[in-house]
Write a protein that binds this ligand. Structure first.
Ligand SMILES: [Zn+2]
Length: 60
């Protein structure tokens, strides 16, 4: 049975931001709706959390 996954634009942006985070040295966040959370949630949308910002500031 074929399965079609319809990713929303926000999910694509969030996934790209997540991978970009890894590329820039970020690890996974413990914050559930953070861009860098290990599992993305469709209910979170694409909004960098304070945790994401703090992780980025810690590196740069
Ligand atoms: Zn990841």
């Amino acid at each position: 049975m074929a399965t079609t996954v319809n990713w929303s634009t926000s999910q694509n942006q969030g996934s790209a931001a997540h991978e970009l985070g890894h590329a820039t040295g970020l690890g996974h966040s413990a914050v559930g709706c953070a861009v860098m959370a290990p599992v993305s949630s469709a209910t979170c949308g694409f909004t960098p959390s304070a945790d994401d910002a703090a992780a980025m500031r810690a590196i740069y």
